[in-house]
Design a protein around this ligand. Structure first.
Ligand code: SF4
Length: 438
């Protein structure tokens, strides 16, 4: 892991930003940041540029006075404004660095507010502790998911449903794909998918503006997650202590964790687990998709073999893409993430001998690794574009954030179908690279 004490061009984002991705995936939820106003402005802009959707995030707008005397009054006023302006069913409170540093007890403030304000009694309030100096947006996302089930899931009568927790940030199109896969599988409504950003971050054009977008995981389903027979987390394999672990520890709901279904083997593991949970075989459509993925890999194998590639970005996404590159016969020489995570390093080093696996690094360190390893292709978020320009290496944009290209909400790299699209994109990028070099 990196031991630098200064970050130059970070390869990860703010912890509260990750919490927004979780909060916006539940029905009727409005997030508020307890801290200075700039934090919510920065993250609203960041997410709106990526998803090209309006993203409202309230702020308790702490000033110097709040920082010295405590921010309870500001937070209570902010919560009241949110209730009056947005009529939410749920409010997710994420703390920023300032609120954590002054040590405000947000859980206690929220309880007091609900006692004092009759308007607030029907609104669920979910506090999540997300100071950016203690983690990345990935940890903020996980922390918020855990806070959601901690606040809303209630033990009553056991049911036959299963929980599907999306353990790392994926696109709205990918969530839609997983849902349609479960429908094709005949799962009907027997599962709860958390968080469901399929509509909230990628809504159709509408004549009237909705302050809180439609969609998200229904609250009644989250209440029932404590009674489900099993939880499957996809994409949470390097982070422990998330929503699934909480449900297992508190309510005895059996928990399985899998990596993101990118590539042949990891998607096989995902569908294998679905077969086990549902006791139903893989629908034929997906058998054929699997065959098409293998065909796509065979088609381009001579072109892509041995291409030295640097993959960076979110932990699960970077590991999933690196695994696919191994399946394609490519050389993922550098695998990097901005989050600090020892399991990422262990898993990355196990993929292919000789790769440099870097965790907790910024883009200046990734740039050095790219130069050291004579990299030919970059795969990761648009934030790697400066390396691409400086080294004249193509960058295939995958993952969050992507501000300078359209369609980030509809990017699909999951499952047999999504991976096939990614294989084609990789091959075409290499074709263009070779043409340019000629
Ligand atoms: S690092 Fe802290 S202060 Fe800066 S934007 Fe993120 S949460 Fe706010």
């Amino acid at each position: 892991m990196s031991e630098n004490y200064a970050t130059v061009n970070p390869c990860s984002m703010c912890m509260p930003m990750g919490s927004v991705m979780a909060f916006k995936g539940i029905e009727g939820c409005m997030p508020i940041f307890h801290g200075s106003q700039g934090c919510s402005t920065y993250m609203r802009l960041h997410l709106a540029h990526h998803f090209r959707e309006p993203v409202d995030i309230a702020s308790s707008a702490l000033s110097e006075k709040g920082a010295v005397y405590g921010g309870a009054a500001n937070l209570k006023k902010g919560l009241l404004n949110v209730i009056q302006g947005y009529s939410p069913r749920v409010i997710g409170i994420a703390t920023t660095c300032l609120a954590e540093t002054i040590g405000d007890d947000v859980v206690q403030i929220a309880k007091e507010f609900q006692r004092e304000e009759p308007h607030a009694r029907d609104v669920a309030i979910i506090p999540a502790s997300t100071s950016s100096y203690s983690g990345s947006h990935e940890e903020g996302y996980n922390e918020a998911l855990k806070a959601i089930v901690k606040t809303l899931a209630k033990r009553s009568r056991s049911n036959a449903r299963f929980n599907l927790v999306i353990g790392s940030i994926i696109s709205p199109a990918e969530v839609r794909y997983i849902k349609s896969m479960l429908e094709d599988w005949g799962c009907g409504f027997d599962y709860t998918l958390l968080p469901d950003i399929s509509e909230t971050f990628d809504a159709p054009l509408a004549a009237t503006y909705l302050k809180i977008p439609e969609g998200g995981t229904p609250l009644a389903e989250i209440n029932e997650m404590a009674n489900s027979r099993e939880t499957l987390t996809v994409g949470g394999s390097v982070w422990g202590g998330g929503a699934g672990d909480y449900l297992e520890k508190e309510f005895g709901v059996h928990h399985t964790v899998l990596p993101l279904p990118i590539g042949v083997e990891q998607t096989d593991r995902f569908v294998g687990k679905l077969e086990e949970i549902t006791d139903l075989g893989l629908p034929e459509k997906y058998e054929r998709d699997r065959g098409r993925l293998l065909d796509a890999i065979v088609d381009c194998h001579k072109l892509v073999a041995g291409v030295r590639t640097a993959v960076f970005g979110d932990t699960e996404m970077a590991l999933g893409v690196a695994k696919l590159l191994c399946e394609m016969g490519m050389d993922p020489r550098v695998i990097a993430t901005g989050s600090k995570n020892a399991e990422f390093v262990r898993r990355g080093e196990g993929l292919t001998p000789g790769s440099e696996v870097l965790s907790g690094v910024d883009f200046s360190e990734i740039h050095e690794a790219v130069a050291r390893n004579d990299i030919e292709l970059l795969i990761g978020p648009f934030t790697g574009r400066q390396i691409s320009k400086a080294e004249n290496i193509p960058l295939l944009r995958v993952g969050l954030p992507n501000h300078d290209r359209f369609g980030a909400s509809r990017q699909m790299v999951l499952g047999y179908e999504g991976t096939t699209g990614l294989v084609d994109e990789i091959a075409n990028t290499i074709v263009e690279m070779n043409e340019r070099d000629r």
